[in-house]
Design a protein around this ligand. Sequence first.
Ligand code: ADP
Ligand code: MG
Ligand code: ZN
Length: 470
Amino acid sequence: MQYDVVIGLEVHAELNTASKVFCSCKNEYSKEPNSNCCPVCVGLPGALPVLNKKAVESTIRAGLALGFEINNTAIFERKNYFYPDLSKAYQISQLEKPICINGHLRVFDKDIPINRIHLEEDAGKLIHEGSKTLIDYNRGGVPLIELVTDALKEPHIETADEAIEFLTKLRQVYIYAGVADCEIEKGQMRADVNISLKPKGSDKFGTKVEMKNLMGFKSIHKAIEYEIERQKEILDDGGVIEQETRKWDFEKGESYTLRNKENAEDYRYFPDPDLLAVNITEADIARIRETLPLTPSQIKDKYMNEFGLSEYDADVILADKNVADFYDECLDIYMQPKSVANWFTTEILARIKGGSAIEVSKENLCWIIKAVDDKKLQRVPAKDLLSEIWGTDLVAEDLAKSKGIMSDLSDDFVFGIVDKIIAEKSDVVAQYKDTQDPKILNFLVGQVMKETRGKANAADVMDRIKDKLK
Ligand code: ADP
Ligand code: MG
Ligand code: ZN
């Protein structure tokens, strides 16, 4: 049978505020277990939470960047459950009145509706050592924003590729808005994936299965494809899907039942009596909106429509905010967006693959790019020059001059060499006149370049040779 796949995502991201969400402990990763907590974030009886306003602001920023409506009143509720990493046996979260409602994110050509973003606290971490389990509460009380897509509205996410694109785009939006660093390896962004299948074209939704706490885009992709196949097989055999929560086993590449799915009622949510409702005025929202930088999609528009970059180049530069920021800084020095973009998508990206830093100053890089554009430096020696100064304190201009690679050749001199080569290689020239084989042309250009030690402008040499052999 053919099925429609329905996917809903619940995405958690750690905010990068200076302190935790309900106490003044530092919001930072610390190696020494239980070194960064206080009575509030470990939940000792009688300790009172105090809301970190910066965390609310960051949540609003995230919401505005995704076109959400902001609730003027937001409420914190207790979500009650027991687990050893949650010492007070409830998590402060939001149910009825989250900070942000009704947003969307464009994924390929679908505008995916998003229900909500709410603010909550993270729990501690369990560390399993042999037969013992240890608890580190350092992460307890770290501010988390949870975003929930609306899988029951059109259009929804239908494939693993779309889910990954959604997460990739979302991560970019958060990073560009400055609210979260979303380093996947550090667990700063995690997703729960809800999946159901229904017969193709049916308007009745199937039973959903939730896969919890997936990390890393590759395993999320795998886990989704695995779950779609698992449900297909059950349905094809005439079975029924159990509503449940499954856990993905990274190593085995398969999932297993964690528990039968609980409902919201099981958590006995109620407003936290220790925290007042949060008032968010229109003036607050307007003030935050004013400080919001461009979103990745707005920057992409600018790159394509104002700068004339191709969609590919724009995407490649935007994929890493450090790269995009550096690109913009270079344009402050040398406002040639296309020419600078060319160097970024080739030379710069090749050198920072795998996460290395950009180790050239904007001044040096722009000097090289401009020298090539002005035909004072040829491409090949220019690339070598970039390699030589990369990661050093060398100054591009000084090094280029001392190496004697600047093109100080007059046209007459270069054309003289063209004539000389044409005379010397008369047999090849005759062959070219017969066949018009472009390879021969390239060979002749190569000969001239060799003779000028790479200093001539290859395009000009090519034109001159063509002209001569017409
Ligand atoms: P729960 O209370 O079980 O967490 P929610 O209503 O919060 O359920 O939904 C969690 C996510 O699952 C949301 O993204 C929602 O859109 C999605 N979802 C709900 N029903 C389905 C379904 N039948 N198939 C796929 N996803 C669904
Ligand atoms: Mg849920
Ligand atoms: Zn604390």
